[in-house]
Design a protein around this ligand. Structure first.
Ligand code: ADP
Ligand code: MG
Length: 204
């Protein structure tokens, strides 16, 4: 399946459904070490993204990513909205005007997304944030097909998210808990792994 704008839009719609299905889980994770809003923030944000796609599908993959970015930045409060917004904005710039995503472009988009999140949030691997999922995903993103690249990235993101459980948070709201943040999965790392698995499933 060619990864054109329509396919990317379908993948984003599927990701929105996955986020909705996991809304309560993300709320529970954020209740444990944050303020409990992550699942609702993400569900609402992707709901606005689907509404925007219902109105008009952009004609390039970059346009779809940019629509996701601007919607999340303008509609989602909390830390994650602007961080995911920046990730999709950088991904949009990385894929340029190409009509179809290639494996190399997808890998470049993931690398750019990570760089955007790090530039904005200043978190490093080990700080117990979405960076712990996205960084290994960007490192693992290679393969002969878009589906293979995303599947490798999703596998790495899942392991990376799991690796946040014992960590003490050093960024975001969870860092206010200090040592008490240990023993819990980071909600943003979990949502990143959910998004990447969904994108992999959509293209596979
Ligand atoms: P808030 O923390 O403002 O309530 P959310 O609950 O929506 O926002 O998102 C929390 C998630 O955001 C965390 O689980 C973490 O993964 C991510 N996060 C918070 N601060 C940072 C940061 N500085 N860099 C990267 N990710 C961060
Ligand atoms: Mg929160």
């Amino acid at each position: 399946m060619a990864c054109d704008a329509a396919a990317v839009a379908s993948a984003v719609r599927a990701a929105a459904s996955v986020i909705t299905e996991h809304r309560d889980e993300l709320v529970r994770l954020d209740q444990a070490i944050g303020d409990g809003d992550h699942g609702e923030n993400m569900k609402r944000g992707f709901g606005f993204v689907v509404a925007a796609l219902d109105a008009a599908v952009p004609d390039t993959p970059a346009g779809v990513f940019k629509l996701v970015a601007t919607t999340l930045i303008s509609k989602v409060g909390g830390a994650a909205g602007p961080l995911y917004g920046t990730a999709f904005l950088r991904a949009s710039a990385a894929v340029g005007t190409s009509a179809v995503l290639t494996p190399d472009l997808v890998a470049a988009a993931l690398r750019a997304a990570l760089e955007g999140v790090v530039a904005r949030g200043k978190a490093e691997v080990g700080d117990k944030t979405m960076v712990d999922a996205l960084s290994p995903a960007a490192d693992a993103a290679s393969g002969d097909t878009v589906a293979a690249v995303l599947s490798a990235a999703a596998d790495a993101a899942e392991s990376g998210a799991e690796s946040t459980v014992p960590l003490v948070a050093r960024k975001g709201r969870a860092s206010y808990l200090g040592e008490r943040s240990a023993g819990h999965l980071d909600p943003g790392a979990r949502s990143t792994s959910l998004l990447l698995r969904s994108f992999a499933d959509s293209t596979g």
